[in-house]
Design a protein around this ligand. Structure first.
Ligand SMILES: NC(=O)c1ccc[n+]([C@@H]2O[C@H](COP(=O)([O-])OP(=O)(O)OC[C@H]3O[C@@H](n4cnc5c(N)ncnc54)[C@H](OP(=O)(O)O)[C@@H]3O)[C@@H](O)[C@H]2O)c1
Length: 344
């Protein structure tokens, strides 16, 4: 428990799960860097759908947070102090990170983060881009390289190409030499072509099965019927990953959950898994993980101009309720970022 005299800081937090009305802006104790951690003064933070899902309590079976809980999963800032055994970084360095899942806490003036999850930010990369990259960038990278194991010449379908994950995945898949098909509304088509998508489907008017040939791989962000139809439209021997559907049993193992959680996840994903088995398609849910080494690779691509981030920027803590509302509309393009006032 923090001591009475512990310094305080501004933060966006919840003290119980629930809807938009549960969002709090106020003072919380400033964290101290623990073993292997850096204390980062936060300059900018990115938002992701997991932030409102966390607020709602929808991920608590995997990530049960003690209350009050500071929200936020990715940030860019400057290292102010290092804990014991915190190697590889120095005070004053600009860094970005997808913070530890079990602590979250990016939406604050300061955050304590394991150095293994940090990447140094080159001078040529803005705070805003560095804050927008970690969660969506690592998700796209891990899905394409580790789960789908995408190869040059393969055809990949990326759902919601204009979203936070999608607009990064489209670029990475194109650079990997894949033929990229994606779903979006027509107003986003030019943007998506400029990122490397060659086949575009207006998901509001068309069924993707009617517009594009079967694919080798799918990155699904939607779950439900779209996921089932995606599995059905994948070639035998192909791979499908969902990040928006219901978790598959291996997620329970990866989070070291008890047997009943594994059973629950097996039950709720039974239709998708059965269809994938019958079609000889490899299928799983993926929950991205923080990884400083992979993040360093991605940020070097941003610095080299090979990976472009589309961002919409909001200024200051007071904007959080508005930014949450925008994100929850499900219609945003690229990433939403809040820049925090400079302190100290
Ligand atoms: N498991 C994980 O590790 C992980 C990691 C990151 C994200 N996720 C999940 O993945 C999902 C996507 O995340 P995100 O950050 O990319 O979301 P996002 O940025 O909020 O996605 C917004 C975009 O989705 C598009 N969209 C909405 N409905 C669509 C549909 N039926 N078909 C195609 N596009 C549609 C919208 O396009 P239009 O405006 O053109 O309609 C909009 O551009 C969320 O559910 C999120 O929680 C999971």
């Amino acid at each position: 428990m923090p001591g009475q005299d512990q310094e305080r800081m501004r933060a966006c937090y919840i003290d119980r799960y629930g809807g938009p009305g549960q969002l709090r802006l106020g003072q919380r104790p400033r964290p101290q860097p623990g073993d292997g951690e850096a204390l980062v003064r936060v300059a900018a933070v990115g938002l992701n759908p997991v932030d409102y899902k966390t607020r709602d309590g929808k991920v608590r079976i995997l990530l049960p947070y003690p209350m009050p809980q500071i929200l936020g999963n990715e940030l860019c800032g400057e290292i102010m102090a290092l804990g014991r055994n915190a190697a590889g970084f120095s005070v004053g360095q600009r860094v970005c990170t997808r913070v530890a899942k079990l602590s979250a806490g990016a939406f604050a003036e300061y955050a304590a983060v394991p150095t293994s999850m940090l990447a140094a930010v080159p001078d040529s990369v803005s705070d805003v881009d560095a804050a927008a990259l970690p969660l969506a960038g690592l998700t796209a990278w891990q899905c394409l390289t580790e789960v789908l194991q995408l190869q040059p010449g393969q055809r990949v379908l990326i759902h919601a190409g204009a979203g936070g994950v999608g607009h990064i995945a489209v670029q990475l898949a194109h650079q990997m030499g894949a033929v990229v098909a994606t779903t979006a509304s027509p107003a986003r088509f030019d943007f998506l072509r400029s990122l490397g998508a060659s086949e575009l489907v207006d998901y509001r008017q068309q069924r993707f099965e009617d517009c594009i040939a079967p694919v080798d791989a799918v990155l699904d962000t939607q779950g439900g019927d779209i996921l089932l139809r995606s599995i059905a439209h994948t070639r035998r021997g192909g791979r499908v990953v969902t990040i928006g559907g219901l978790p598959t049993p291996e997620i329970a193992d990866e989070f070291a959950k008890p047997f009943w959680v594994r059973w629950l996840f097996a039950w709720i994903s039974r239709r998708e898994r059965a269809l994938a088995r019958s079609r000889e398609v490899t299928f799983r849910y993926w929950f991205m993980r923080p990884d400083g080494t992979q993040l360093a690779e991605l940020i070097s691509r941003v610095a080299a101009g090979q990976l472009n981030l589309r961002t919409q920027v909001f200024e200051g803590f007071d904007r959080f309720p508005e930014v949450f509302a925008a994100l929850e509309s499900g219609r945003t393009v690229g990433k939403l970022v809040v820049r925090l006032p400079r302190i100290g």
